[in-house]
Write a protein that binds this ligand. Structure first.
Ligand code: URA
Length: 237
C-alpha cells in the first residue's frame, strides 16, 4: 500500500518490478486502469485508495476506513502499549487493520476520537493551518476568572517550545466548568493553558471536531463507522 500520492509510472515500476521505460509501453497499450478508467498518462497521480489494475491483476485495492469512538478515560491513545489498554484494543480485529489515531487524547481525557487508515485525511485534520476546531468540556480544580478568556484568546506562551498558542475560545459555564475550542493539538495543550493559572484540569472531554459531533448513542468505549457525509465535513480529499 502506498501512503503518499505518487506518480503512476513509479507505482507500477515498484509493484511489478518492470523498469520505468517499459512501464511507458505498458501504459501506451492501455493495459492499466485506475479507478475503472484506462490510464495512459505516466504522470497521473495515484494515492493509497486508487484501485489499480494491470491486465487482469489487481495491484492495489484498499478500502478507506473512518471511525468515531467515545474514548473512555484510562485508555491510551496509541496502537500499542506495554502497560495499559489502548484505544485499538477496543476495536474489533476485523475493523482495526492499519488504523491510526487522528488527533490523540490524553490517558485521562475522554470523548470524540477519530480512527482511520487514511493518512491524508488525518494530516488534514491535525494541521493547524486548516483551523479545524476541537471542542472540549473541562472541569477545573479552582474557580476561573474572566481574565482567562482574553488570555486564551491572545494565546498562551509555552516556554518549552517557545511558541504562543493560537487563539482559543473559552466559555465559562460555571465557576469550575468551561467549554474551550482550540485549533492546535499540542502536547497536553489545554492542561498547560490552565496550568498558566496553576489551575488543575480534573476532567477533559472532547465533544466535537469541526462540524462533527460525538454521537450521543455511543457509550464510553464504543465506536462506529463515519458516514461519507461525516468524512466530508472534515475535508482533506
Ligand atoms: N489538551 C490536553 O491537555 N489533553 C487532551 O487530551 C487534549 C487536549
Amino acid at each position: 500500500m502506498i501512503s503518499q500520492r505518487t506518480r503512476l509510472d513509479r507505482f507500477l515500476s515498484i509493484t511489478t518490478g518492470v523498469n520505468r521505460r517499459s512501464v511507458r509501453g505498458i501504459l501506451a497499450q492501455g493495459r492499466v486502469s485506475v479507478d475503472g478508467v484506462v490510464a495512459r498518462d505516466i504522470q497521473q497521480v495515484v494515492h493509497q485508495f486508487s484501485v489499480i489494475i494491470f491486465d487482469d491483476k489487481v495491484l492495489q485495492q484498499n478500502q478507506s476506513l473512518y471511525f468515531m469512538m467515545n474514548k473512555p478515560p484510562g485508555v491510551v491513545s496509541a496502537t500499542k502499549d506495554k502497560r495499559h489498554k489502548t484505544v485499538l484494543d477496543l476495536v474489533k480485529k476485523s475493523d482495526g487493520v492499519n488504523l491510526h489515531i487522528a488527533g490523540r487524547l490524553d490517558f485521562n481525557s475522554s470523548g470524540l476520537l477519530l480512527l482511520t487508515n487514511d493518512g491524508a485525511w488525518s494530516r488534514h485534520l491535525s494541521s493547524p493551518e486548516q483551523g479545524i476546531k476541537k471542542y472540549y468540556r473541562v472541569a477545573l480544580e479552582n474557580k476561573m476568572t474572566e481574565e482567562y478568556v482574553q488570555a486564551f484568546r491572545d494565546g498562551i506562551y509555552f516556554e518549552y517550545e517557545g511558541i504562543t498558542t493560537q487563539s482559543a475560545e473559552l466559555t465559562i459555564i460555571d465557576d469550575r466548568i468551561a467549554e474551550i475550542s482550540v485549533t492546535e493539538g499540542r502536547y497536553h495543550q489545554i492542561k498547560r493553558m490552565f496550568g498558566r493559572y496553576q489551575n488543575k484540569v480534573l476532567s477533559l472531554h472532547r465533544y466535537r471536531i469541526g462540524d462533527l459531533e460525538l454521537d450521543s448513542a455511543l457509550e464510553a468505549g464504543q465506536y462506529r463507522a463515519l458516514s461519507n457525509k461525516e468524512v466530508a465535513t472534515i475535508g482533506g480529499h
